[in-house]
Design a protein around this ligand. Sequence first.
Ligand SMILES: NC(=O)c1ccc[n+]([C@@H]2O[C@H](COP(=O)([O-])OP(=O)(O)OC[C@H]3O[C@@H](n4cnc5c(N)ncnc54)[C@H](OP(=O)(O)O)[C@@H]3O)[C@@H](O)[C@H]2O)c1
Length: 312
Amino acid sequence: MLGRTGLDVSLVSLGTGGPSGFGQSRGATSEEQYALVHGALDMGINFFDTAAGYRKSEELLGQTLKDVPRDKYILASKCSLTTSFQDYSDFLPAERIVEQCEQSLARLGLDVIDVYQLHGVHPDYYQETVERFYPVLDKLRDQGKIRFLGITETFQVDPSHKMLEHAVPGGLWDTIMVKYGILNQTAAHRLLPLCIEHDVGVLNMATVRVALATPEALTNLVADWIEKGFLTPNDLPTDDPLGWLVDDVSPNVVAASYKFGAEPPAISTVLTGTANLEHLRENVEAILGPGLPEEKKQRLAYVLGHIADGGV
Ligand SMILES: NC(=O)c1ccc[n+]([C@@H]2O[C@H](COP(=O)([O-])OP(=O)(O)OC[C@H]3O[C@@H](n4cnc5c(N)ncnc54)[C@H](OP(=O)(O)O)[C@@H]3O)[C@@H](O)[C@H]2O)c1
C-alpha cells in the first residue's frame, strides 16, 4: 500500500530515469521499450515512474501505455524546480510548474498523473520550495490534474536524508522517494520509522545504481571508503567486497541488493531502473524470492550501516 494514498502498488516497480533512462542511454528501440513495459505488466508490475527531466522518457513511456486500460497502472512523474540540476537556488517561477504539468500530461497522453513529485529537493531550500510551489501543486490537485503529491531527495547532496526527515512530519506529502540500499542504509535509522508513523508511501530509488551493478566501481568505492576512514581494511575483502552475499538465494550481488532494498516494511515499492527485460525478470524473482539470510543482513548493518556518502 502506498501510504495514505490507498493505492495498491506492486512491490517491484519500473523507473525510467537513472543510468539506463528507459533504454535511451543505449539507443533502445521503441519495440524494446514496449516489450519491457508490457513484460512488466505481465509480471504484475503496476507502478511506473518518470519525470519531465528524464530526456524523452515521458513521451516514450506514454506511447507504450496508450493501449493499456488506465485502471491497470499507476503513473508517477516529477516536475523540475530549478533551471538546472547544478544550481539548486535558481528556482523556476511557480507558474512554470503548471506548464510543466500540462506538458507532462500531453507527453504521457493522460488526463491525470497519479503521483506528482517535486524532483530532487535540496535540504537548504526545502522551506523556500514549499512556499514557492506548494500553492500551485494544491491548485493542480483541486483541478484534478494530479491525484497525490510526492517529494524526492537528491541523494548526491543529502545522503543522510535531512530534507525528507524534515518534510515527512509536516504532513504535506503523500509519498517520498528515497535511496535505501546496501550502500545507503541510513534511512532505516529515522526516516523509514517516520514514514510508518505518518502513513507516507515510500518509493525506494537507485538501490543498485552503479556501484552494486559494476564490480570495478564497487572495488573502487570500498578502497575510497577505507581511505576516508568509513571502513577499516579488515571490514570487507578488497577483491570482490560483497562476493560473500552470493549463495543459494542470491545468484549475484545485484539480486542480493534488490532483496535488501525491498526488505523494510516501510518501503511500498522498489523502483528498478532496468531497461533490460531479462534483468527485470531477475529483479522480480530476487525481490519476491526468499530474503537475505539473517547473519548476512547483520554483517551488512554492522559494517556499512553507519555510512552516509553521496558519492555512491
Ligand atoms: N531524485 C530522484 O527523483 C531520482 C533519482 C534517481 C532515480 N530515480 C528513479 O528511480 C528509478 C530507479 O533508480 P536507478 O535507475 O537509478 O537505479 P537502480 O534500479 O538501482 O539501478 C539501475 C541500474 O542497474 C542496472 N541493473 C538493473 N538490474 C540489473 C540486473 N539484474 N543485472 C545487471 N544490472 C542491472 C541497470 O542496467 P540495465 O538497464 O542494463 O539493467 C541500471 O544501470 C529511476 O529509474 C528513476 O525512475 C529518481
